[in-house]
Ligand binder design. Structure first.
Ligand SMILES: *Cc1c(COP(=O)(O)O)cnc(C)c1O
Length: 386
């Protein structure tokens, strides 16, 4: 049996909604399905304004424009994240300042943020890794004290909560991803969520290529014209129609993923107790969406060999990220706050296991058994060698 790392889940209604958009002859953005998605995101997650985007990357780029990033401005973020978290700000001349992560959650270490603030700092970008929330109360308090924006990179955090509040509803701005590899999907896709009311009007202008199209159609202005910088950030109705089918099932998709995640977690309990690996840690007061199940192994060699061994058994496990501070562009455009010891170590030791809707508990058991057996065997061998 072949066990892939991921396979996109379709709810079954995507084609019906695509057909409706086709029949309506409404293909460009901001139509019926886009509005349905906006409304759903706003009410479900309690955010002031939601705007669908072509991707989470595009939403992050909008955020950088909205908070007026100027060349030389600094943005505090983890190095252990996807490139877009940093790239969106670098595009505007901003300087990513990389702060180390917590060894337990792999999220930005909130106790190290304040020391990284300078008079150039403009924003903090917490990334909710694996859909597990960052320590948002602390981060929001630091931001308030130093008059900074908080932009949640909630690409992986759709449907997760922090102290009963949905991720995406806490920072001044937040971004979601609906990329095929995420929990809720539309191929490529994302959303910008706006909680700071002062940013809503300008966000709609930036979204519509820097024009006042929205205000024009609302009858608020009598001319439709170019008023600000912007780009074509909005997705087509086809993307929104596909996404609508997924949002309708968001609860079920999340529940199914969480059940698989929990099954892994139980299966690895003893392996962890015996010291062969470390399981993910979920702080209290947090509900996560089971975006990733990962384990941490002893070192890079162990990980490389384990991934190869799993592959020999047709199980596809993967790793990420190359920390941004050690990447060519990260070195060129960013700087580190202190040494990023946890980032470097954890990035070498993480292994992400298959998790997708449709994966059976039997498959989870096969993966968990293979991982545990491999680590037990090599551990004993190592002891013999000493
Ligand atoms: C996936 C991801 C992104 C980018 O999302 P796209 O929709 O592919 O642009 C950004 N940040 C994080 C943390 C991600 O996991």
């Amino acid at each position: 049996m072949e066990i892939p790392y991921n396979t996109p889940y379709m709810t079954g209604r995507e084609l019906d909604y695509l057909k409706q958009a086709h029949e309506d002859k409404k293909l460009s953005g901001d139509g019926k399905f886009t509005k349905k998605c906006h409304e759903w995101l706003e009410t479900r997650f309690n955010v002031k304004k939601a705007l669908l985007t072509q991707s989470c990357t595009a939403a992050l780029e909008m955020a950088a424009i909205l908070i007026d990033i100027q060349p030389g401005d600094e943005i505090i973020m983890p190095s252990y994240t996807f490139v877009s978290t940093a790239n969106a700000f670098v595009l505007r001349g901003g300087i990513p300042v990389f702060v180390d992560i917590r060894p337990d959650t792999l999220n930005i270490d909130e106790t190290k943020i304040e020391a990284a603030i300078t008079d150039k700092t403009k924003a903090i970008v917490p990334v909710h890794y694996a859909g597990v929330s960052c320590e948002m109360d602390t981060i929001m308090a630091i931001a308030q004290k130093h008059n900074l924006y908080v932009i949640e990179d909630a690409a992986q955090g759709v449907m997760s909560t922090y102290k009963k509040r949905y991720l995406g509803s806490i920072g001044h701005l937040a971004t979601f991803s609906f990329h095929e590899t995420k929990n809720i999907i539309s191929g490529e896709g994302g959303a910008l969520l706006i909680n700071d009311e002062n940013l809503i009007d300008r966000a709609q202008i930036i979204w519509e290529k820097g024009t006042n199209r929205k205000q024009f159609f609302q009858g608020k202005v009598d001319k439709y014209t170019w008023v600000d910088i912007g780009s074509s950030f909005l997705p087509s109705e086809l993307t929104a129609a596909f996404l609508w089918a997924q949002l309708e099932e968001a609860e079920n998709i999340t529940n199914e993923r969480v059940a698989i995640w929990d099954h892994y977690h139980d299966a690895f309990k003893d392996t962890e107790k015996n010291g062969y690996l470390k399981r993910p840690f979920i702080p209290t007061d947090i509900h996560h969406n089971a975006h990733i199940y990962y384990v941490l192994v002893e070192d890079l060699d162990t990980r490389t060999q384990l991934i190869a061994d799993l592959k020999n058994h047709n199980i596809h496990a993967i790793f990420h990220y190359i920390p941004l501070h050690s990447s060519p562009a990260g070195k060129q455009f960013g700087r580190c706050h202190e040494t990023l010891a946890s980032t470097t170590s954890l990035a070498n030791r993480i292994i992400r296991l298959p998790l997708y809707v449709g994966m059976t508990t039997e498959m989870v058991d096969i993966v968990a058994t293979k991982v545990s057996d491999y680590l037990k065997t090599t551990h004993i061998d190592l002891k013999k060698a000493v």
